[in-house]
Design a binder for this molecule. Structure first.
Ligand SMILES: CC(C)(COP(=O)(O)OP(=O)(O)OC[C@H]1O[C@@H](n2cnc3c(N)ncnc32)[C@H](O)[C@@H]1OP(=O)(O)O)[C@@H](O)C(=O)NCCC(=O)NCCS
Length: 324
C-alpha cells in the first residue's frame, strides 16, 4: 500500500496538488497534461516513457505499443493523454474501449498514478461507472493506487503473461521440405503478411481488421525493420511469421506478432521464424527479448511455443475493476 510518510504529496491530495512537487531550485515543478489526438502523437509520448523506464519486467515496450496502435485499418480514436515534466513524459493513460483503461507511470513518480486515474475517472461517461485497468503484476506503484481507490483484482479465466529470453543458446530448427524462410523484402510482402495474420488469429465470428493497407502502415513506423520481419512461405503463400521490434537504446527486442496458419501448425514453422528474428537481433546488439502471450490453461499453444524456444515467464497482466 502507499506509504504516506514516504509520499511528500500525501496520497489523498487532490489531483492538482499531486501535479506539483518540490523543484531542485525555487518554486514548484508541474506535470503538464497534453491530449494525444492521433496515433503519431500517442506513440511519440508513450514510446518516450516506455524507453526511459524500460526493464525486462516493465509492461510496455515500443514494439507492443506500436503494433497495438497501428495494426488495424482505420485506427479508432479514443481518449489518450500524457503528462510531461521537464521535457520528459512521466505518465500516460488511454481508454481504448469504453470502461477499460491502460496506463504507464514512471515508478520514480508513483504519485502520477492517481493523476492519471483522476483524469480517466473524470472523462464523460466514466464517473461512477464500472472501470477496469490492466497492469503487469510488477507495477505495484499503480496497484497500490488502484487498491486505495477501491479497485480489486479480477478473477480472470483468460490472461496474458510476459516471458523473456536472454538470447543465449539459440538453436535453429530445420524446416520441412517445401517451406522457405526469409525476411520481408518490400511493401509487396504486406498483402501476404496480412493474409497470414488473419488466418492465424482470426475467427469467422470475429474477423480481424488487419489488411495489406494497415500492414503497410505498420511498415512506415520508424521502429519497423524488414530485417526483423520474418516469414515462412509455402507454394508462394505466407504461412507463418514473426515480427521483432528492436530498441537500440535498451538493446531489447519485443516479438509482436507471431503466428502460423492453422493448416501448417506443429511443423516448427513459428519456431523457425522466431529463431531467425532472435538471431538477427543478436547481430544488432540485442541482449534480451520479451514477448507477451496467453498464460491461462485454456490457451496453451503460444505459452508452450515460447517456452520451447527458450523464453521464461517473468510476470502476469492482471485486470483491476471498480464496480461503479
Ligand atoms: C502458437 C502458434 C504460433 C504456434 O505455431 P506453430 O508453427 O504450430 O509452432 P511450432 O510448430 O513451431 O511449435 C513448436 C513447439 O511449440 C509447442 N506448441 C506449439 N503449438 C502447441 C499446441 N497447440 N499445444 C501445445 N504445445 C504447442 C510445442 O512444444 C511445439 O513443439 P512440438 O510440435 O515438437 O511438440 C500457432 O498455434 C498460432 O498461430 N496460434 C494462433 C496465434 C497465436 O496465438 N500466436 C501467438 C501470439 S503470442
Amino acid at each position: 500500500m502507499i506509504d504516506n510518510a514516504a509520499d511528500p504529496y500525501g496520497s489523498a491530495a487532490l489531483s492538482c496538488r499531486r501535479l506539483r512537487r518540490p523543484s531542485r531550485g525555487y518554486g514548484v515543478r508541474m506535470a503538464i497534461r497534453r491530449a494525444l489526438p492521433d496515433p503519431a502523437a500517442e506513440l511519440a509520448a508513450m514510446v518516450g516513457l516506455a524507453e526511459r523506464v524500460w526493464t525486462p519486467r516493465t509492461r510496455w515496450h515500443l514494439g507492443d505499443l506500436t503494433w497495438s496502435r497501428l495494426q488495424f485499418a482505420s485506427p479508432v480514436a479514443y481518449p489518450a493523454a500524457a503528462w510531461w515534466e521537464d521535457g520528459e513524459v512521466v505518465a500516460w493513460g488511454r481508454v481504448p474501449a469504453p470502461g477499460h483503461m491502460e496506463m504507464q507511470v514512471d515508478p520514480a513518480r508513483p504519485d502520477m498514478a492517481g493523476v492519471v486515474l483522476d483524469w480517466v475517472e473524470s472523462l464523460p461517461g466514466h464517473a461512477g461507472e464500472p472501470l477496469t485497468a490492466t497492469i503487469l503484476d510488477t507495477e505495484t506503484h499503480i496497484a497500490d493506487e488502484l487498491a486505495r481507490r477501491g479497485y480489486g483484482p479480477v478473477e480472470e479465466s483468460r490472461f496474458f503473461i510476459h516471458l523473456i529470453h536472454d538470447l543465449v543458446g539459440l538453436s535453429s530448427r530445420k524446416l520441412p521440405a517445401g517451406y522457405r524462410l526469409r525476411h520481408v523484402v518490400d511493401e509487396a510482402d504486406a498483402e501476404g503478411r496480412a493474409r497470414a495474420h488473419v488466418a492465424a488469429f482470426g475467427a469467422p465470428s470475429a474477423p480481424l481488421r488487419v489488411t495489406s493497407d494497415s500492414y503497410r502502415n505498420v511498415m512506415t513506423s520508424p521502429f519497423y525493420r524488414r530485417s526483423l520481419d520474418w516469414l515462412v512461405e509455402y507454394d508462394g503463400d505466407v504461412v507463418a511469421f514473426c515480427l521483432g521490434w528492436w530498441s537500440r537504446s535498451t538493446r531489447s527486442l519485443c516479438l509482436e506478432p507471431v503466428g502460423c496458419h492453422p493448416e501448417h501448425r506443429r511443423r516448427g514453422l513459428a519456431s523457425a521464424a522466431i529463431n531467425a528474428v532472435l538471431e538477427t537481433a543478436v547481430t544488432m546488439g540485442a541482449t534480451i527479448a520479451r514477448v507477451c502471450a496467453r498464460g491461462d490453461d485454456r490457451y496453451p499453444s503460444a505459452r508452450s511455443l515460447y517456452r520451447d524456444v527458450g523464453f521464461v515467464p517473468v510476470g502476469r497482466n492482471r485486470s483491476w475493476k471498480r464496480s461503479g
